[in-house]
Design a protein. Sequence first.
Length: 88
Amino acid sequence: MNGAAATGVRENRAPLGTDREQESSTRLPILLTVDEAADLLRTTRRGIYAMIERRQLPGVIRIRRRVLVRAADLLDWLDQKRAPSPQE
């Protein structure tokens, strides 16, 4: 058993991205954990929890103590926040 398997850490984690082409090849889960949302937004867990507390993050679902974020809501929100490119 290698070290990653022994500790339960996933080695082959696909990178998360907002680009539609990358999104279709990555296939995000429907619900993201706080860590996955932080990876997607390139921030920290603490930053995600602060955004949740300030009600700045869409698609937040609380199941008892667990916090999940709807991937579709987060990606739509990111798309609305992006600056228009010069070609648009």
